[in-house]
Design a protein around this ligand. Structure first.
Ligand SMILES: Nc1ncnc2c1ncn2[C@@H]1O[C@H](COP(=O)(O)OP(=O)(O)OP(=O)(O)O)[C@@H](O)[C@H]1O
Ligand SMILES: [Mg+2]
Length: 421
């Protein structure tokens, strides 16, 4: 019964709250009419009426005053309630407007990010001026160590084969250099070609791969020693291996840099490699690049003195040489490296000479390099295309054998002269 009364009261209050002033007056009149009808018609209430009529005038006044006060109280309470409801409605509307504003801001922010992505493109990203205090490029005059990037944006031109075999040539013999060869291609072909399988397994167990050069935020003198493993058959050379973890880390760093220009990942290699400890340990650092623009390639260029561009003699590979050089130069001050030369990594040689077809292509390449990249950049020495160049065994490169060395030594000697090693 009480519950029913509460419900009815709540229902009445809701009607009352929802009503406008005119409707409320109608409700009051209706209520009054109802009470009058009840009082007139109901016998019990008829008795109350009789009692009231017969009562002392002071008692009548007291009852009427009491009823008037109740009615007034009810009216005041309901007006207040209405005012409070209106206030809550206003608050609600304001909150909704604020929420809409915040949603708009988020949408605008997302649109700005998309705009950045569209306008900047990947190449544009790497050209951004550096906005943070980046690790410095130690000038050549202050160190003996030299840094060389082996790069061509065309795939399969012989970058890895050349980088590994040049390392073997330069890292052996009477005036051997201490070389650190770094694989920055997540395919990991360099490790497979130049390092024994058990060593690769150990590095895998210890998770000691090149991606740590990108992701280790602070200089760590022991890092290079942990990452570098001996190169098979070349006593003075060490190799830092790569893995597909590199791809994931590169993408993550690149994506962050898109969004936040202060999260600049381009100088991480410099942080770890332009260090007094490394200058003590190595005479030459060689980066073997993938045929793509990646975070690591940009890092290698930001740390290097020289870039060597291997190529083949087909049209696509010849076209890729000036394209690679112009991309590299477009990086501006973020890429202090200069092109040390263009070298043909797989040439058709018969009886010590280029075949007629390849001689024609070589001459065309020389013209393109001369006019589009700079004078005197094409190496005289070429690497012949032969099965011997592939290496005697898995994990051991050709230039660790006498026959293999003959193939790469002329290029290594010319490189040594050009780099003044
Ligand atoms: N002088 C050569 N004679 C014969 N085969 C060669 C020679 N140089 C490279 N090769 C072979 O050509 C293929 C591609 O060579 P390599 O992996 O060195 O090219 P890459 O430019 O590093 O390729 P990627 O762009 O995929 O990194 C390999 O199978 C390699 O063994
Ligand atoms: Mg390669």
């Amino acid at each position: 019964m009480i519950e029913f009364a509460q419900k009815a009261f709540r229902w009445l209050m809701q009607r009352w709250d929802a009503a406008g002033p005119f409707l409320r007056i109608v409700y009051l009149l209706a209520g009054l009419a109802l009470i009058t009808a009840v009082v007139v018609e109901t016998p019990a209430l008829g008795k109350v009426k009789e009692w009231f009529t017969a009562a002392d005038p002071r008692a009548q006044s007291a009852v009427l005053i009491f009823l008037a006060v109740c009615a007034l109280g009810f009216l005041v309470y309901s007006w207040e309630r209405a005012a409070r409801t209106n206030q809550l409605k206003d608050d609600n509307a304001q909150l909704k407007a604020r929420l809409e504003g915040a949603e708009n801001e988020v949408r605008q922010h997302q649109e700005r990010q998309l705009h950045l992505l569209e306008v900047e493109s990947r190449a544009g990203l790497w050209k951004r001026p550096c906005q943070v205090a980046a690790p410095g490029f130690v000038p050549k005059g202050q160190r003996r160590t030299r840094f060389l990037t082996v790069l061509n944006l065309q795939g399969g031109v012989g970058k890895t084969t050349l980088a590994a075999n040049l390392t073997a040539c330069l890292g052996s013999g009477s005036n051997a250099l201490r070389v650190l060869l770094i694989d920055i291609d997540f395919q990991g072909t360099l490790g497979d070609a130049a390092v024994e399988l058990p060593l690769i397994r150990v590095q895998k167990q210890n998770n000691s791969f090149v991606n740590l050069l990108l992701t280790t935020p602070h200089p760590d003198d022991g890092l290079i020693a942990r990452l570098a493993v001996p190169m098979t058959g070349v006593e003075a050379a060490r190799v830092i291996l790569s893995t597909d973890l590199l791809d994931a880390d590169e993408f993550r760093l690149q994506a962050r840099f898109f969004i936040d220009p202060a999260a600049d990942p381009r100088f991480q290699f410099r942080r770890h490699l332009h260090s007094a400890a490394l200058f003590e340990e190595y005479d030459l650092v060689v980066f073997d690049c993938p045929p793509r623009v990646t975070t690591s390639v940009v890092n290698a260029l930001a740390s290097s003195d020289f870039v060597l561009i291997p190529t083949r003699l087909d049209t696509g590979s010849i076209d890729a040489v000036p394209r690679t050089v112009s991309w590299m130069r477009s990086l501006g001050p973020n890429c202090p490296a200069e092109v040390v030369g263009v070298v043909v990594g797989r040439a058709a040689v018969r009886a010590g000479k280029l075949t007629k077809a390849d001689q024609g292509s070589y001459d065309e390449l020389r013209g393109r390099v001369q006019s589009e990249c700079g004078p005197g950049l094409l190496f005289k020495a070429v690497v012949p295309s032969t099965a011997t160049a592939v290496g005697p065994d898995r994990g051991q490169v050709a230039a660790t054998t006498a026959d293999g060395r003959k193939l790469f030594a002329p290029v290594a000697d010319e490189l040594r002269r050009r780099m003044q090693l």
